[in-house]
Structures are given as structure tokens and as C-alpha cells.
Write a protein that binds this ligand. Structure first.
Ligand code: MN
Length: 488
């Protein structure tokens, strides 16, 4: 089980009795939070920190512990912050500074100086916060009584982000082929991706996959076909085309397991030895949380895997989408998002149909794919772009809607959404920000989750939401460019 260390800060001025009480209080708080976050992450009690060496010890231990995904830090008493300098320099795990108290209410009848000395996080947490700011430590500050529902909800969000960052640091991504020829936004600095996000992105020949496909047995294909029949409605007579995709999926699963891969890309320009572009095979894998990016888009593939992990403990859908076409009726503009084939069935509003249709490009046989209408509800679209000197996350709030009319001739799965705050502002802001035509869409995650991920990975983020105005947004972009240049 992955863990969060619960670290209580103090100092050695108060005597054994007070420190023992502080430790007891800290243990009780950690136990409560362990219960509140159960099923997601374990909250581990640690010895109270009284001096610089103890602070270094616990922070280096947290950093070295592979099961530890982050730390919750708070100061029960005053804790002079110079004692935290070396510890914070050593800490390489996401940190939440929980500004809280053991007691909810003040004991007005009995409060005395002993009580004040023991319970002074109002004082100690400010001192601790100063040194974090002075050292430039990225951290989340959550304030409030630790048993408060709202505080627990924020801690759960932090835990989900910390788990996602931990997953990200160990994510291996396979690219079958390179990115689509001449396309700019799907390209990027893979070394920097590994430095910043931990993504180990490697090229594989499509032959590595076709070898595995050739070795798939009839009975393995039968088992996969049974899975399709259970999940989806087979709406084609061309069973051979569907079996072809089933073989791809069996082979891909073996490949992903063998190479410890969590996300992958393919490209229609490099399908040597495949008769079809992978369709339902990829769609079904995406529904299992595997990240996917078409046209060699490794950034979207990896981001999709990471955000799927972040959303694992929630309802809702998370997966790759592509901006395709619009209904530009004035005042009720809608976007239609889809792809050639690869839309995750987690977005399906109805039971997906397995259909076989030819593709206009690529020169391959007609591929089997899942076709469905998309869900409605609040969501976000998140794009990761490489600006040369840095990565930028673009996160836009969107409102997914039911398609206004049937589209009987559209042979792919699709989602429709309204831009926020309105079509012109939402799209123009996205384009000014350099957001891609590929994104990870989620109805499970919100802007706050992406903000946390950006903070914990030190990645630039721009948000497009109800408050966005183009004038201010462009000014923000100009400031971010300036900031990046100053950082050098
Ligand atoms: Mn595309």
C-alpha cells in the first residue's frame, strides 16, 4: 500500500511531558486520517520532530521510501524553521502543509499558557510556511480542522494527485513508429518529459507487435471475442475483421505486460504487417486505463494514463479525445470531438456497437471499431504542449452535451461539448495558449486536480473557465513567457 507520512513538528524546549502529549495527539490525528483515506493510501505515523537532525532523518526516509508518495506536515507547537532547512532541501516527495490543530474548539473555561504552548500551529505553521516560501518549496497548503469534511476532501484530492505523480515517475511509454510526419504539436522533448514527469518514452518497431500478433492462438482470440460480445453489441457480419482486432488486443496486452508499459502510441503511417489500423483493440485497452495517443502523440498517451490513475477512485470517464468539427449556429455553438477510431468506450452514453467501415486514409483494410454517442455532464479538456523552453498544461472547463440529433452516417464514436465561457472565448483562448488538437478529457477530474498535478510537477498551467476574458488571458500568457525567460 502506498503511504503518506504524517509528520508533526515541534522543538525540544517544552520538556518531555508536552512532547509526549504532542506525539500522542499526532498519532491520533494520523490514525484518523488513515481511516479517512483508507482504500486509497495509508497514512503513517512518524516520531515527532524536535530538532534539525530529526527533521532531516524523517524527510530523507520519506524520500528514500518507495512506498511513500508524499508527506503531510504540520507544526503542533512552535518549531523554529531554521531546523527545517536541510530537511526541506532533502525532501523529494509531494508535500501538503496541513494547517490544523488537534483541538477544534478553544477550551474557554480552562485555557492557560500550557495549553497555548502545546497548541500553537497558528504560530508554528506561519514560521514553517515562511521557510518553505523562502526555499521555493512547491507545496499544497490546506487549512482547517483536520476532521472537517472539506479538509478531508482536499486531503483525498492531494493523495490522488500524489499517487498520480508517483505513477507518472514510473510510467513507461511505447511509441510504435514515430509521430505523424510533419505534425508539430504531437512532437516534443522526450528527455525533458522524463526529467519533469518521469515518463520513459521509447520507440518500438511495429514488427515487435506483428511478431506477437502472428503468435496469437485461435483460443486466445475466442476469449477476447467473448469479452467483446459481453461488453458490446456486435453490429457487423464481418466477424473476420473483428477477430483481426481481437488478435491485436491480445498481442498488445502481452506486449504491455512484457515491457511494463502503461501508455502507447501508434501511427497510421507505420502499420507494416497490420491489415487494419488498431481500432476496437485500442478502444478496449483505453477503457482499462491504458494511455493511448494516436499519430505518435506520446504526451497525450502518457497524460491519459496518469490522469486515469488520478481518477481511479472516482466515477466518471477519462480518456483521449480530438477536436474535430463544429456546429457554429450562433449562440448555441457545439464542438464535435472524435477520432478516426480511437475513442474510449468509458465515454459511451449507450452500449457501444462494433461496426466495420473503411477508412478514408491509410490504405488499409476496413477496421472494426466501437461506435457510440457520448455522455453529457461537466468536464475538463487537458492538453500538454512543448513550448521549447518548457511544457505547458492547458486546462479548459467544458460542458458535455447529448448530441442534438442522430448522426447515422458517422461511423465513429463521438462526444459533443459546449465551450466555456462561450465558444469564441473558449476556442480563441485555447488557440492563443497553443493547446493541441489532442487532449485528455475527463468527467471525473476538475481544474483543481490539474492545478495540483501542475504544482507537484512544477509545470506551467493555464486555465480556461467561467472567468476567462481574452484580454486578461493574453496578458497572462505574455507574463508566463517573460517568467520562463527570466528563469532561463
Ligand atoms: Mn489525431
Amino acid at each position: 500500500m502506498k503511504t503518506l507520512y504524517f509528520i508533526t513538528g515541534s522543538q525540544d524546549l517544552y520538556g518531555e511531558e508536552t512532547l509526549a502529549q504532542a506525539q500522542k495527539d499526532g498519532n491520533e490525528m494520523a490514525a484518523f486520517l488513515n481511516n479517512a483515506l483508507s482504500g486509497m493510501v495509508a497514512v503513517k505515523t512518524t516520531p515527532i520532530v524536535r530538532c534539525a537532525d530529526e527533521a532531516v532523518d524523517i524527510c530523507t526516509q520519506a524520500t528514500a521510501d518507495r512506498e511513500c508518495v508524499g508527506v503531510i506536515l504540520w507544526m503542533h507547537t512552535f518549531s523554529p524553521a531554521k531546523m527545517w532547512i536541510r530537511a526541506l532541501q532533502a525532501l523529494q516527495k509531494p508535500m501538503v502543509h496541513l494547517h490544523t490543530q488537534y483541538n477544534e474548539k478553544l477550551p474557554y473555561d480552562t485555557i492557560d499558557m500550557d495549553f497555548m504552548n502545546l497548541n500553537q500551529s497558528a504560530h508554528g505553521d506561519r514560521e514553517f510556511g515562511f521557510i518553505c516560501t523562502r526555499l521555493g518549496i512547491a507545496r499544497e497548503v490546506i487549512a482547517g480542522y483536520y476532521r472537517n469534511e472539506n479538509v478531508i476532501a482536499q486531503l483525498r484530492r492531494f493523495a490522488e494527485a500524489a499517487l498520480a505523480v508517483d505513477y507518472s515517475k514510473h510510467l513507461r511509454v511505447a511509441m510504435f513508429g514515430n509521430n505523424m510526419r510533419d505534425v508539430a504539436v504531437t512532437d516534443g522533448d522526450r528527455v525533458e518529459s522524463e526529467i519533469r514527469f518521469g515518463w520513459n518514452v521509447n520507440y518500438y518497431g511495429i514488427g515487435d507487435l506483428t511478431e506477437l500478433i502472428a503468435a496469437v492462438t485461435e483460443s486466445e482470440t475466442d476469449t477476447k471475442m467473448a469479452e467483446y460480445a459481453e461488453r458490446y453489441t456486435i453490429a457487423t457480419d464481418d466477424i473476420a475483421a473483428v477477430r483481426e482486432q481481437a488478435e491485436y488486443e491480445v498481442a498488445l496486452e502481452k506486449f504491455l505486460t512484457r515491457e511494463h508499459i502503461g501508455a502507447f502510441t501508434d501511427t497510421f503511417q507505420d502499420l507494416h504487417g497490420l491489415r487494419q489500423l488498431p481500432g476496437i483493440s485500442v478502444q478496449n485497452l483505453m477503457a482499462k486505463g491504458v494511455g493511448f495517443g494516436p499519430e505518435g502523440d506520446y504526451k497525450t498517451a502518457a497524460l491519459g494514463a496518469v490522469l486515469s490513475q488520478m481518477a481511479k477512485h472516482r466515477g466518471g470517464a477519462t480518456g483521449f479525445m480530438e477536436d474535430y468539427t463544429y456546429d457554429l449556429t450562433a449562440g448555441s455553438e457545439l464542438e464535435l470531438a472524435a477520432h478516426m477510431l480511437e475513442v474510449s468506450p468509458v465515454f459511451a452514453a449507450n452500449k457501444p456497437l462494433i461496426q466495420v467501415h473503411p477508412l478514408g486514409i491509410g490504405g488499409k483494410e476496413a477496421p472494426a471499431r466501437l461506435v457510440f454517442d457520448g455522455v453529457a455532464g461537466d468536464g475538463i479538456a487537458v492538453s500538454l504542449v512543448d513550448l521549447g523552453d518548457r511544457f505547458r498544461l492547458v486546462c479548459a472547463k467544458i460542458q458535455l452535451v447529448a448530441q442534438p440529433a442522430p448522426m447515422p452516417n458517422l461511423p465513429v464514436a463521438r462526444l459533443m461539448w459546449k465551450l466555456i465561457p462561450d465558444f469564441a472565448t473558449g476556442t480563441a483562448a485555447w488557440i492563443y495558449a497553443g493547446g493541441a488538437h489532442h487532449a485528455v478529457v475527463s468527467t471525473a477530474l476538475g481544474v483543481e486536480d490539474i492545478r495540483l498535478f501542475a504544482k507537484l510537477t512544477d509545470t506551467e498551467l493555464v486555465v480556461i473557465d467561467e472567468s476567462t476574458t481574452l484580454h486578461t488571458f493574453e496578458q497572462q500568457l505574455a507574463l508566463l513567457d517573460l517568467t520562463a525567460k527570466l528563469k532561463g
